[in-house]
Design a binder for this molecule. Structure first.
Ligand code: FAD
Length: 405
């Protein structure tokens, strides 16, 4: 066993590059293979909170992230005429609430992590792993391009529908627990009326949300509906049809958002689910981020889990002197409770997020109003505090190669 094991990571979004950063600092040679041909743009703002923010700070990338952060005034529920029905300002929970102190577009955060690693990490875009064969000393990997290489360790950081998980652990339906909700994210022209707020409008069974973009003249849209169909696997026409039908009665900016949806260049739809596994490692192959423990966007903690997991996985490898068996055990022990808490859905679960009846929508609005008031506020603050519920050791992760922001 040696400390400088070559590591192959699958997935270049958040978890993969975050892990690569720390592995490089510890002196590993790292390769990332990403299925998309370029760094994938898209996504709304993700919350950088609690331990996730601490990890970014330890990376020395907090200033780079702050330079691209999106300033949001808070979350507001709007009626069909755009009137504010319930507001939760960003400062209501000291920057740790529904809208966190640091909100950053997912694509921007991926870009910051890529910029910080691209000179020291080998990136293979437009490729993916098609076979993995492990023995006592390493893993033989074959890529779709036909390339064959051998690595000491392989990490799947390739999201909810992880290819590595499928190859090394088993079929998706053993681990992915669908929540019966589809969410689509895409960029739209700014039709005005947001005024810095993260606006949310409900119709029975569906949600339209708009958030400010960093780019003037644009906004980030999210639409969601309950559906048992695995929308992410269906043709685009079907995806659009299901979402349009669910939101046909939407008011506010809903009709414009639905009109813009088909033309959007970064339309991304996901069948929301959680990944639950009893173990995140098998031999020399491990999983990280959504591939291992996706909590779902409903929790607002997926990005923090990915960042923290990358730090802990690299840290445990360094602390174990490269002994991957010990390291993977340490990774699981340190992360398990944090992940379990993060996977607890907010009150009401998917029905709370997208109420199915007008009465439930009214209830949801009332609870949003109560959220910032006593006696509800401290209870809600306790839920948000989960983001920090892990002790992050100071691992022996050296200064490594020069890393840029
Ligand atoms: C385009 C996009 C938009 C998103 N938008 C939002 C959002 O608005 N709000 C939100 O809460 N979360 C969003 N997410 C999910 C969010 O990024 C994750 O929940 C969280 O940050 C954990 O990240 P991750 O790196 O583990 O997984 P992901 O961010 O899902 O990244 C997985 C990466 O692996 C790549 N990949 C997939 N399969 C393979 C394969 N077989 N081989 C190689 N590479 C593969 C994907 O292209 C992707 O780059 C989005 C993800 C993506 C990819």
């Amino acid at each position: 066993m040696h400390e400088k094991t070559d590591v192959l990571i699958s997935g270049a979004s958040i978890a993969g590059p975050a892990l690569a950063y720390w592995l490089r600092r510890a002196g590993h040679r790292v390769t990332i293979v990403e299925r998309a041909s370029v760094l994938r743009p898209g996504g709304q703002t993700v919350d950088l909170r609690g331990a996730g923010r601490t990890v970014v700070e330890r990376m020395g990338l907090l200033d780079a992230v702050r330079a691209v952060q999106v300033h949001e005034r808070g979350l507001v529920y709007v009626d069909r005429d755009g009137r504010h029905l319930a507001e939760v300002p960003a400062e209501a929970f000291g920057g740790e609430g529904i809208v966190a102190e640091i909100e950053v577009l997912r694509g921007d955060l991926a870009e910051v992590l890529h910029t910080a690693t691209r000179d020291d990490v080998e990136y293979l875009f437009g490729d993916r792993i098609v076979s993995l064969t492990q023995d006592a000393d390493g893993v033989d990997v074959e890529l779709a391009s036909g390339t064959r290489r051998r690595f000491g360790l392989v990490v799947g950081a390739d999201g909810l529908h992880s290819g590595v998980r499928g190859l090394a652990f088993g079929p998706e339906d053993e681990f992915v627990h669908p929540l019966g909700l589809a969410m689509a994210f895409f960029t739209v022209p700014d039709h005005g009326g947001l005024d810095g707020w993260f606006g949310m409008h409900h119709v029975p069974g569906g949600v339209v949300a708009l958030r400010p973009d960093r780019v003037p003249g644009q906004a980030k849209a999210m639409v969601a509906t309950h559906t048992a169909e695995p929308l992410h696997r269906l043709p685009r026409e079907r995806q659009l049809a299901v979402l349009r039908a669910a939101l046909a009665d939407a008011g506010w900016l809903g009709p414009q958002v639905l009109d813009d949806m088909a033309a959007s260049r970064d339309f991304y739809v996901e069948s929301i689910g959680q990944v639950r596994m009893t173990s995140w490692a098998r031999g020399r192959v491990a999983l990280l981020g959504d591939a291992a423990f996706c909590p779902s966007p409903l929790t607002g903690l997926g990005t923090s889990l990915a960042l923290v997991g990358g730090y802990v996985l690299a840290g445990e490898l360094a602390a174990a002197g490269g002994d991957h068996v010990r390291a993977f055990e340490g990774y699981e022990q340190r992360m398990r409770a944090y992940v379990d808490q993060a996977q607890e859905l907010p009150p009401g679960g998917t029905d709370g997020f997208a109420p199915r009846t007008r009465a439930r929508i009214a209830l949801s609005r009332a609870s949003m109003r109560w959220m910032t008031r006593w006696p509800v506020r401290p209870l809600v603050a306790r839920i948000f505090a989960r983001a920090d519920a892990i002790d992050l050791p100071d691992y022996p992760l050296g200064a490594g190669a020069a890393v840029r922001a």
